[in-house]
Ligand binder design. Structure first.
Ligand code: GDP
Length: 445
């Protein structure tokens, strides 16, 4: 996410280090570099101008000249101005006082609305809500079907037009959907609407009619971050044509350059509420301007990392594992497999590592990180018999051969895994002894 922008801004700020006092020339050089980096990241010119103007004014002011570490102070200024450009405080999401909370999704075709409907529903369901999806995109031939698939993956019901019941009329479908949700006591309704490839009046008219019919508490404008500052222009058209309360940036993974995220709030004065970061339903997060600024300045985003770990972490499994360890029972390949699965639940390892501070310098290793490794380990363990998993000593040459064939790997890869498992087992034994003794291994009690 924003790799290039991040590398260039951090590099130019590093250039200030070691200067005891900063001269106007030092500051101007850094600002020039930041301005160029922002323009190359496709940030709207008006936003760049205002941003660099404010940073310059503050960097030449008292807060820097009086600071013990002027270079560090400039980093702080850039950080706080980035937070402002990204929207300031985290945007509030409005829940209805009297449920259901009605959410309407709007945006161009291909922006990621349907995918987002599933992500939003899954996220809300995880928080104890009971969302329902409504398929009011009747423009795209496959849209209703796609929403049904997404709903199934998210484990939430989908209201779709039935033959003879408002077919072809998205406004009716949206209204029926919301009243059905109300009747069935769902506390959230997410209405997916049609988009076009470009902005057109007919689409805006339809969206307005749906809006007036269902009276949404939140209208979310979904926009593909890859289109850069164009996102701000499309957002303006939607703001004036339909009106919306919050923005969702989709496709922030990939090579999004930052132009959309950094231009949109300044231009539309609406907060970015959520970010969509991949094709899986879990690639979704609340958008926090301060955390995003941390990521851009390569300070890491440890808070989001912890939240994702908590989400994936199965408390019951963890307690079982801890009890097992403390009771002196051995760590088996089945336990190893369960751990792998928890790790996989956390999502892309590459993405997680990218949230640690100062990872910019390891960008290349990160890019080359092989995500399929976990899948390979899983395939190998699953190709073993239950007896082999309990007692790896059974694994002689011919069994390893069979396992390699069964899992589509090589004997060498099976051997490597067994080596690593042995190390993990030794570590777990030590931890088990430590826990039975009432403390962590190697730590005085
Ligand atoms: P809609 O026309 O607005 O409903 O857009 P869709 O939800 O159908 O998304 C269009 C395409 O973008 C699909 O192929 C999605 O899988 C993909 N997509 C959606 N969100 C993301 C995202 O956050 N990252 C990536 N990489 N792809 C996405």
């Amino acid at each position: 996410m924003f790799n290039n922008l991040s590398d260039r801004i951090t590099a130019s700020l590093k250039g200030l280090r070691g200067h005891g006092r900063l001269t106007e020339a030092d500051v101007d050089k850094t600002i020039r570099e930041i301005r160029r980096a922002l323009l190359d990241a496709d940030v709207a010119v008006s936003v760049v101008r205002e941003f660099t103007g404010r940073v310059r004014e503050r960097a030449l002011g008292e807060e820097v000249s009086k600071a013990l570490n002027p270079a560090q102070q400039v980093v702080k200024i850039v950080h706080s101005e980035l937070v402002e450009v990204l929207g300031g405080a985290t945007g509030e999401f409005t829940w209805a006082k009297h449920p259901p909370t009605v959410i309407m999704l709007a945006g161009l075709q291909g922006a990621g609305k349907t995918t987002l409907a599933g992500k939003l529903a899954k996220w809300m369901k995880g928080q104890g809500h009971t969302p329902m999806l409504v398929a009011a995109d009747l423009q795209r031939p496959n849209a209703v079907n796609q929403l049904q698939i997404v709903g199934e993956r998210a484990g939430v019901p989908v209201f779709a037009p039935e033959p003879g019941n408002g077919v072809g009329n998205p406004v009716l479908v949206a209204m029926n959907g919301v009243s059905t949700a109300q009747f069935q006591q769902h506390d959230v309704v997410i209405v997916d609407t049609a988009g076009r490839l470009g902005i057109d009046e007919e689409m805006m008219q339809q969206a307005r009619e749906i809006r007036d019919a269902v009276n949404p508490h939140e209208t979310l404008f979904v926009v593909d971050a890859m289109i850069g500052q164009d996102a701000a222009r499309v957002a303006e058209a939607f703001r004036d044509g339909v009106g919306f309360t919050g923005v969702v940036l989709s496709k922030l993974d990939g090579d999004a350059r930052g132009g959309a995220a950094l231009s949109i709030t300044g231009v539309t004065e609406r907060p970015i509420l959520f970010a969509s970061t991949g094709e899986s339903l879990d690639d979704f997060e609340r958008f926090h301007p301060d955390r995003m600024a941390n990521r851009i300045l390569d300070m890491g985003d440890v808070l989001t990392l912890i939240e994702q770990a908590e989400k994936a972490f199965d408390q019951k499994e963890a307690e079982k594992a801890a009890q097992k360890l403390a009771s002196g029972e051995d760590f088996t390949l089945d336990d190893f497999l369960a751990q792998m699965q928890q790790l996989k639940n956390m999502g892309s390892i590459k993405k997680m590592l990218g949230m640690l501070p100062n990872m910019g310098q390891y960008r290349e290793q990160l890019e080359n990180f092989d995500e399929s490794e976990l899948g390979r380990v899983e395939a190998i363990i699953r190709s073993m018999t239950p007896a082999e998993r309990q007692d790896p000593k059974l694994l002689n040459g011919s069994r390893r051969n069979r396992i390699a064939k069964g899992s589509g790997t090589t004997v060498q890869q099976v051997n490597q895994l067994m080596e690593r498992f042995k190390q993990a087992q030794t570590m777990m034994r030590q931890m088990g002894r430590g826990m039975a003794g009432g403390g962590m291994p190697g730590m005085p009690g």
